[in-house]
Structure formats: structure tokens, C-alpha cells
Design a protein around this ligand. Sequence first.
Ligand code: LLP
Length: 414
Amino acid sequence: MAAGFTYQNGSLHCDEVSLADVVAQVGTPLYVYSGASIRAAFAALDGALSASRHTLHYALKANSTLALLRLIRGLGAHADANSGGEIQVARRAGFEPAEIVFTGVGKTVDELDLAVGLGVKAINIESDGEAARIDRLAQARGLRARVALRVNPDIDPNTHAHISTGQRFNKFGVPIEHAPALLREMARRPGLEPVGLHVHLGSQLVEMAPLIRAAHALAGLARAAREMGVPLQHLDLGGGLGIAYGGEAAPDPVHYANAIAPIVAATGLDLLLEPGRYLVGPAGVLVGCIADLKRYPGSPRFMVLDTGMTELIRPALYQAFHRIGAVTPRAGDDHVYEVVGPLCETSDTLGHQRRFGPVEVGDPIAIFDAGAYGIVMASNYNRRRQPAEVLIDDGRWQIIRQRQSYDDLMAREV
Ligand code: LLP
């Protein structure tokens, strides 16, 4: 079972707390997070890197609920923000501007100006045009903005095409062969202070070889930059460390750290990483209740939950596999079900051909490893309200985000 979530006395628990009890009080759909699981993941990755000068910039895009951000900041993480909104939520959670790196394709002038004005640790530059815009904004404020260059190394990371970002045909970064020219240009601009290089190959990576190639490519470019008279401070290797959704082998953090950290250390520069999924993915479950059970000859058995693609879009969008289990399984014969949600779409399927013992309408069902890219990708499709979120930490549970109300749903409409 997912770290943090275990079956005790026949019922799913998180850190000594019974999920059935929480569900009885808060209702469903509901996200539940394990503080212990986040702490353990951070300690594992940070510990694996302890021999090298490094900073973990948590990728807020994976989950930016304020209470989780405060917990993660408390562990010593810095932040990776991908939009003006993520900068704002990082600030609200207590991250200092000097702890924030700002990445993203298509940053607007307003977003860039916010980052320049705050003086974030680095704005990761995506193009020549963006370099010019940041330069102009910084000069207008009489500042020099710290910037890093996001490089596209044209390396296939072997992950789902939708979350692969480092190949020539992807929209991200500048082609690596163009990087020296742009670095020289950045160094000439009075409003820019080049401080680093950035690469992010993709997400849910399980192979080390592409990451190693990308680290070498960045290290080589950093040496070339030094020879050009553009000394840098850090190499940011992005996020991407995969997790074991189906119990398959996922890289362990020591293996990951040993693969990439020495390559960066050899350059004398600081290592930055932007882990998202690894820190919070296994730390969250989505809980829904069975709304209906349908069984007709010639059709599959359908288990219809009160939660679906509006709360967790990963299965619909990436054909992602998430383990699914009853919160309090019953003993008896089992059957195979299509586990589906209530939305008016066939893509609203959470699991194909999943085996369950006896189930009844009203039973709570947990979808595992839903802490990353779950709540942050939730929508109001079919006018559904976004779910409540609960954090379990130190044996206590607390609602960290209330379920949306119907008034919330309509609050900004005339
Ligand atoms: N840094 C950058 C620049 C990124 O674009 C991302 C993720 C990360 C860091 C964090 O990557 P992680 O460590 O979480 O793999 N919604 C998709 C994942 C999209 C990832 C986008 N970028 C999913 O549910 O699988």
C-alpha cells in the first residue's frame, strides 16, 4: 500500500487515524494527505543528496494547497512556481522571493514584472523574446533580474508523450545549440544577471540514462559559459522523479542522486532540483463513495462512484493507473468491476477491470497515489463542487480546504 496508508484491523488507516471515521465526518469526495509520508519522502531525497550542495525547489504545480506548502516549507524546501498564481500562493505560504524559481512557457508581461519586482531567485528564460522582455522590465525598475536559461536538450525521457518536455518538437526551452548565443546576449543586457541553466525532461521518469545525459549536457554548457566569461551559480535539473503507481519498480532517491549529483558537483555549481510528484504523490488518496452498482447480462459490472475525472483527471487524460481499494473491505467472493465516475463522459473511468470483494452502495473507496496532480487539476465540470481536503499529521486530522459550496460555484457570475 501507499506509504502513509495501511490497512489496520481490516480498515484503511493513515497514521493511526481511520479513514472511515474521517469520511463519516467530512463526506466525499475527499482528498486525504499523510504528513508523515511527505516528511519521509523529503527526508529520503534530501538525505540522498546530502553530499552535494543542493536545494530542493518543490514544484508547486503538483499540489499547492496552502497547508501542504507550509508543511513542505517547514522541512526546508524552496519553491518552483509556474505562474503568477503559484508565486502568490508560495508567498502566502511563507516562501521568500529568494527561495522561488519561476519557470514556464508563455509567462505574461504581468507575471514577469511580478517576479522581477519581487526579486525571485531565478526566472527560467524560455526564449530570446522573453530575455528581452525581462531586461526591459528590470531596467524600468532599475534592477538586474537573476535569470537562468531553460535548455531543450532534445533527449527522449521515455515517459507518456503528454508529460515529456525535453525533445526538439516540445514547446519548452531553447534548443541547446542556440544556448551559447543566447547566454552571451543575456550577459550583455544590463537588466539581466545570468545565474544558471535549467532543464526539465519530463515527469514520471523511471529511467536514469536520459537524466544523466541531460546533466552532462547542462554541465558542458556551463563550462562553455565560463569560458565565454559568463560564470554561473547553479544547474537546475528540474523535476520528474517517478513513483510506483502500480507497484512497479521506480527509481529510489539514492540511485537518482548518485546518478546526477556528481555530474553537477564536478562543475563546482550548486544543484537545484524541482521534485513534485515524488514528494506528494504517494502522500494522498482520493476517497469517494459508491453511488450505484450496475450489473446486466452482457455488460461489465459497473461500480459508479461519487467522484471521477473532475477530482482526478489523470486516468482520463494520460490513461494513468491508480490502485483502487475499499476503505473497509468485506470478506467474501470477489468480482471484477469497471470503476467509473458520475460525469457524462465515457472517459470518466478511474479503473478498468478491478477486483473487489462484496461491496454496497455507500461504501467508501480509496484511489491511491493521488496526492500529485489531483486537486490541482480538479474542475467544476457538470457544476461539481471541488472536494474537501484533509491533512493527517501527528495522529490528528484537520480539514485544510473546505468543500466548495454551491454559492462558491456561482459567486463570480452575474
Ligand atoms: N519542473 C518543471 C519545469 C516542470 O514542468 C515539472 C512538471 C516539474 C518540475 C515537476 O515534475 P515532477 O517531479 O512532479 O514530475 N499532470 C501530469 C504531470 C505534469 C508535469 C508537468 N511539469 C500528471 O498528472 O502526470
